[in-house]
Write a protein that binds this ligand. Structure first.
Ligand SMILES: Cc1cc2nc3c(=O)[nH]c(=O)nc-3n(C[C@H](O)[C@H](O)[C@H](O)COP(=O)(O)O)c2cc1C
Length: 148
């Protein structure tokens, strides 16, 4: 049977660090033959979110929190996208404290999503090893979707 699962990786990134993690997660997912898009929260459409079987959400940490526009995206857009019961993951780049991915995971769990543990946190700009780790998370998402 052909594999028709779809995944979306949605990020907010101020200087490209969380975007690089998002791109690597999506790359890992497609490596395992599951369709994946890495997209800014700003461009994520509700009908695509509704159609996705798995959604990974990332934000960098600013002032010990999720960046406010991402918080709004989760509380308003994602909360109205029929995400209950779907597979999810949380990630983000950080500098010194890294709360955002943990807070994102908590919000996704409150929406009824099955969040992969642990969250993925990368300090500042991802290096090769970090990109590989993000790709591995993507492969894990794809395998979980295929086995669902
Ligand atoms: C104004 C400002 C506030 C920040 N606050 C935090 C913070 O509270 N905790 C933390 O871990 N990193 C903090 N950082 C570091 C960023 O999370 C880090 O630079 C990250 O790599 C940015 O990723 P991005 O390019 O995806 O936005 C802060 C950075 C700036 C510029």
């Amino acid at each position: 049977m052909p594999n028709t699962a779809k995944a979306m990786v949605v990020y907010l990134s101020t200087s490209g660090n969380t975007k690089a993690i998002s791109d690597a997660i999506a790359h890992g997912i497609s490596e395992r033959n599951v369709e994946a898009t890495s997209i800014s929260f700003y461009d994520a459409k509700i009908e695509d979110l509704k159609a996705a079987d798995a959604i990974a959400v990332g934000s960098s940490t600013f002032h010990y929190k999720i960046l406010p526009p991402m918080e709004k995206f989760i509380d308003e857009t994602l909360a109205n996208s029929d995400v209950k019961g779907k597979l999810a993951a949380a990630f983000g780049s950080y500098g010194w404290s890294g709360e955002a991915p943990v807070l994102i995971a908590e919000k996704l769990r409150n929406l009824g999503m099955n969040v992969i543990d642990p969250v993925l946190r990368i300090q500042y700009k991802p290096i090769d090893r970090d990109i590989k780790e993000a790709e591995r998370l993507g492969m894990d998402i794809a395998e979980k979707l295929k086995n669902a």
